[in-house]
Write a protein that binds this ligand. Structure first.
Ligand SMILES: Nc1ncnc2c1ncn2[C@@H]1O[C@H](COP(=O)(O)OP(=O)(O)OP(=O)(O)O)[C@@H](O)[C@H]1O
Ligand SMILES: O=C(O)C1=C[C@@H](O)[C@@H](O)[C@H](O)C1
Ligand SMILES: [Mg+2]
Length: 201
C-alpha cells in the first residue's frame, strides 16, 4: 500500500508506514496493572499512536466526585472510591473504542474484570516492583502508599493482585526504558494476537 492510500487524517497509519492499524482500533484497549507501571502515561501515548481517544478512569472518578483521589479516600473512604471506579468504568466501556487507563485496583474487582474482558481488550502492563517503587516515590498522590514503604506495599499488592491481572487477555513486560518502548511492546503484542487469528473485536 502506498502512503497516499491512507487518508490524510490517519496519523497513526502515517507513523507506522504502510501498516493498517484499523484492526487494532475496533475495540477499547484497557490497560491494567500496578501503580506506576504506565497505564496513564504509556496509555496516552498508545492512544496517540493508534489515533484513538484516551480516557483515564482515575481522572474520570475525580471529575465525577469533584475531588482528588486523596480527598475521596480521606473524606469518603476507599469503599466509596471503589464503587465510583466500578461505575465510571462501566460507563466508559459503553463509549466508542478508545484507550482506557484504569486505576491500579480496578481490575481486581471481579465484576469490573468480567465486564472489561467481555466488552474490551485487556492489557496487563508488568514491571519489577523496585522500578515501580522508584517511579511512585516521585509523587505523593497515591493514598495506598502514603507514609509507607513503597517496595513493601507494592510487593504485597503484587502478591494479592497478580492472579487477577493475569486474567488480562494480553500481557506485556516493560522495563526502565522510555515510554515509546512500552508503546511499541504493546503494539507488538496486539499484532501478535491478530496474527494468531484472535480477533481484536
Ligand atoms: N514505560 C515507562 N517508561 C518511562 N517512564 C514511565 C513508564 N511508565 C511510567 N513511567 C513514569 O512513571 C510515573 C508513573 O506512571 P503512570 O502515572 O503512567 O502510572 P500508572 O500505571 O497510571 O499509575 P496509577 O495506577 O497510580 O495511576 C510517571 O512519572 C511516568 O512518566
Ligand atoms: O492500585 C490502586 O489501588 C490505586 C491506584 C491508582 O491508580 C488510584 O486508582 C488509587 O490511588 C488506587
Ligand atoms: Mg494512572
Amino acid at each position: 500500500m502506498t502512503e497516499s492510500a491512507h487518508p490524510p487524517e490517519d496519523k497513526a497509519s502515517a507513523r507506522q508506514g504502510s501498516e493498517d492499524l484499523a484492526p487494532l482500533r475496533q475495540k477499547t484497549i484497557v490497560l491494567v496493572g500496578l501503580m506506576g507501571v504506565g497505564k496513564s502515561s504509556v496509555g496516552r501515548r498508545l492512544a496517540t499512536a493508534l489515533n484513538l481517544p484516551f480516557r483515564d478512569a482515575d481522572n474520570e472518578v475525580e471529575a465525577a466526585a469533584g475531588r482528588s483521589i486523596s480527598e475521596i479516600f480521606a473524606e469518603l473512604g476507599e469503599a466509596a472510591f471503589r464503587d465510583g471506579e466500578r461505575r465510571v468504568i462501566a460507563r466508559l466501556l459503553e463509549e466508542p473504542p478508545h484507550v482506557l487507563a484504569t486505576g491500579g485496583g480496578a481490575f481486581v474487582n471481579a465484576e469490573t474484570r468480567a465486564l472489561i474482558n467481555e466488552k474490551a481488550l485487556s492489557v496487563w502492563l508488568k514491571a519489577d516492583v523496585e522500578l515501580l517503587a522508584r517511579r511512585v516515590s516521585r509523587k505523593d498522590t497515591r493514598p495506598l502508599l502514603k507514609g509507607k514503604d513503597p517496595v513493601a506495599v507494592l510487593t504485597e499488592l503484587a502478591r494479592v493482585r497478580n492472579p487477577a491481572y493475569a486474567e488480562a487477555q494480553v500481557h506485556v513486560q516493560t522495563g526502565d526504558t522510555p515510554h515509546g518502548v512500552a508503546v511499541d511492546a504493546i503494539l507488538t503484542a496486539l499484532r501478535q494476537r491478530l496474527a494468531q487469528g484472535v480477533p481484536v473485536r
